[in-house]
Design a protein. Structure first.
Lengths: 292, 132
């Protein structure tokens, strides 16, 4: 049996005086899947990513990568991972080429021709000093360093936050190509939902350290609807029904529903004796509604 | 060829369904005919920065519907039945669904809607007749 690439069980981490950074987070990432992690600032995304990589030790719970305990990960397993941290933290005194050489020495599967091709697409120049690069360029270099050994699992913390729209699209295309060619799986955190919808098969919402949901992106878009109530019906008069996620009173009375959980429009219409107006939601709308 | 498609990740429709709809439209409008090759999954994924699994899923569903045909070691092609499934009735179905939805909201009966549709047809026919 193939182990999941990532499997966490009840991950919990306290922050002194601040409650939980992570609270009972259990998730799986199967081979070939790509998970987009969203949540407000401070929701625990970076802590979760660092915990997955063994860079942050949980107070409770476990992490397995490729079926191995993340705290005692074998070198072979480490070499299957690529990681792009939020702040690249690359040494400013090195040149781009010097950095590539260093990684080349560490990674037995390093593909120098691919690294150079990526560098050119991202408009990095080999004799530039890292300290002279913009934050966005440093992020792009960190991506090259994480990809050139063609990892099976790529973990990115806000990979495109500092990139301009053109560079962002280039990065998305590079990642999509790698997914297509090698079946690489990814886990990334982002605020930019359009990137997520292009590349992710699954989306997870983290809120105050807890996972609110993990779902397939396509299923989420197919199954979540907003139903506007007939005129004169107040939200509080809507009875509970299967698949009801939320009652919304502003700007107009409506209910947020999940068809996959058995929400039936006909049933509610006959209960309210009036027609509901159906609105499909974008992922962004849904996230905003979920966090209200 | 991969550039023929356009995806809007922020639209309520998932990307795989946007791709399915666009392939059907290309067939209906004659831009893709029986036996024509579709771009590879990799080409679409790379050109549009979308997940390859999403593209595969759209192709697989179109294959299951008989619109596309999978060929051993070669590109997907438009199936013979693909042309039929792109019949006018199938293509107008979403517009009809929308019409029915609005009619329901306005509490119109099916008879009232059919009558209005027939009347609209007559206006169109007579105005076309005059033009000829």
């Amino acid at each position: 049996m193939n182990a999941a690439l990532i499997e966490t069980e009840g991950l919990t981490r306290h922050f002194e005086g601040h409650g939980y950074a992570l609270s009972g987070v259990s998730l799986r990432l199967e081979a070939g899947a790509t998970l987009g992690l969203i949540g407000r600032n401070g929701a625990g995304k970076t802590t979760l990513i660092r915990t997955l990589l063994g860079l942050s030790i949980p107070d409770a719970g476990s992490v397995k990568l490729f079926g191995e305990d993340a705290r005692t990960l074998s070198t072979a397993a480490k070499q299957r991972i690529g990681y792009v941290p939020q702040q690249s933290g690359l040494p400013g005194g090195y040149t781009v080429a010097g950095m590539l050489d260093m990684y080349r020495g560490w990674q037995p599967k390093w593909d120098q021709a691919y690294a150079i091709a990526l560098m050119e697409r991202l408009q990095l120049v080999s004799n530039q000093r890292i300290g002279d690069l913009s934050v966005g360029q440093q992020q792009a270099l960190a991506l090259v360093l994480a990809l050139a050994h063609r990892p099976d699992l790529l973990i990115l913390d806000e990979p495109v936050a500092a990139l301009d729209p053109i560079a962002r699209r280039t990065v998305a295309a590079i990642l999509a190509e790698q997914q297509a060619e090698t079946g690489m799986s990814m886990l990334f955190s982002t605020h930019i939902l359009s990137d997520l919808e292009r590349l992710a098969t699954h989306v997870a919402l983290l809120d105050h350290g807890s996972l609110r949901f993990v779902r397939e992106v396509d299923a989420l878009k197919d199954d979540i609807e907003l139903w506007r109530l007939p005129a004169g019906v107040a939200v509080k008069n809507v009875p509970d029904f299967p698949g009801l996620l939320r009652r919304i009173s502003e700007p107009a009375p409506a209910v947020l529903v999940d068809l996959a959980q058995g929400a039936s429009r006909e049933a509610l219409e006959s209960q309210l004796s009036g027609a509901l107006q159906v609105q499909k939601l974008t992922l962004e709308d849904f996230v905003v509604e979920s966090l209200k | 060829m991969p550039g023929r498609f356009h995806f809007n990740p922020q639209a309520p429709d998932p990307i795989y369904r946007q791709l399915m709809a666009q392939v059907r439209r290309l067939i209906a409008s004659g831009q893709l005919a029986e036996g024509d090759e579709l771009p590879t999954v990799r080409a679409i994924a790379a050109a549009h920065a979308v997940n390859a699994m999403t593209v595969s899923k759209a192709y697989a569903m179109l294959e299951a519907e008989g619109v596309l045909q999978r060929n051993r070691g070669a590109a997907m092609t438009v199936a013979a039945a693909g042309q039929q499934s792109a019949e006018p009735q199938a293509l107008i179905a979403p517009a009809i669904a929308q019409l029915v939805e609005q009619a329901r909201q306005l509490r119109l009966t099916p008879e009232q809607v059919l009558e209005a549709v027939a009347a609209q047809f007559n206006t169109k026919n007579s105005s076309q007749g005059e033009a000829e």
